[in-house]
Unconditional design. Sequence first.
Length: 122
Amino acid sequence: MINKIALVFCTIGLCIMLSCDSDKLPPQETLDCGTNDYTYDANVKAIIDATCAYTDCHVSGFSDGDFTNYAGMVSRLDNGKITERVLEKRDMPPDYADGPTVLSDEQIKIFTCWIQSGFPEN
């Protein structure tokens, strides 16, 4: 009787573990960016200013980069950190941000198309 109970609990536990996929992200798809030529100056800076660059975060002197200017973002664009955090993990902006804590679908599209086109400044 004890073996049957143990088997039931093990089976339930295994089902729960296998069904938990919150750490898996949807596959990144290539967007059709059409003829849109997104640039940092024309499109991305406004998103950065509204969602990333606020007191003590991604401003001058911030240890993880000053995104208030293009030069401050380049190293994180080159090493893929912005792609990872904004487009793959989608944990930026963080839930403790002063402003919006989630990027809109349109903002995600702008970032994606901008990065896919080589992240031009202007």
